[in-house]
Design a protein around this ligand. Sequence first.
Ligand SMILES: Cc1cc2nc3c(=O)[nH]c(=O)nc-3n(C[C@H](O)[C@H](O)[C@H](O)COP(=O)(O)O)c2cc1C
Length: 175
Amino acid sequence: MNVLLVVTGGIAVYKSCEVVGRIKAKGHDVRVVMTRGATQFVAPLTFSALSGHPTQTEMFGSEKSDIEHIELAKWADLVLVAPATYNFIGKMANGIADDLATTVLAAIPAETPIFIAPAMNTKMWENPILQRNLESLKILPNLKVIMPRHAILACGDRGIGAMEKPKEIVKAIFS
Ligand SMILES: Cc1cc2nc3c(=O)[nH]c(=O)nc-3n(C[C@H](O)[C@H](O)[C@H](O)COP(=O)(O)O)c2cc1C
């Protein structure tokens, strides 16, 4: 199976490195798209080395003749957004496509499964705007949310918002 992993800019990006390894270990192919925010946390090179494909980050500037976001959206049999930031969920829910990651998501066919694994501070998770945006995403019957966990978060707060564990994410997308 061709798995497209979209990595957005939260502290949990490092956990998505393990997600790549676990998907590959099951014999699937993985390509990675990162937002610019995500590249602040882990270098694209790490995901390139783990996936065996160049990590894509930019909408413009590729010399390749194919239209990258359409080609990637067609290639994917399954899409996983992990971690999914407050910002990225807001953009998806409101039809914003202003970088490669959001534009690829806009072009995903209706029959391709999309999983998103939100990760953020508890107050961001509980923000009614985030919850409204998650509700709006129910318009996509092919989208499932992998719920965040209760934990002591990177900021020191205790509460819901930690990205689900890599092992559980991989279990969820293939079950
Ligand atoms: C140290 C640090 C940690 C962050 N962690 C998160 C996070 O876990 N979840 C989140 O939604 N935003 C987090 N942010 C904020 C996002 O990086 C910011 O909203 C950014 O615009 C997201 O861009 P993207 O969605 O295009 O990747 C963090 C920011 C910093 C500086």
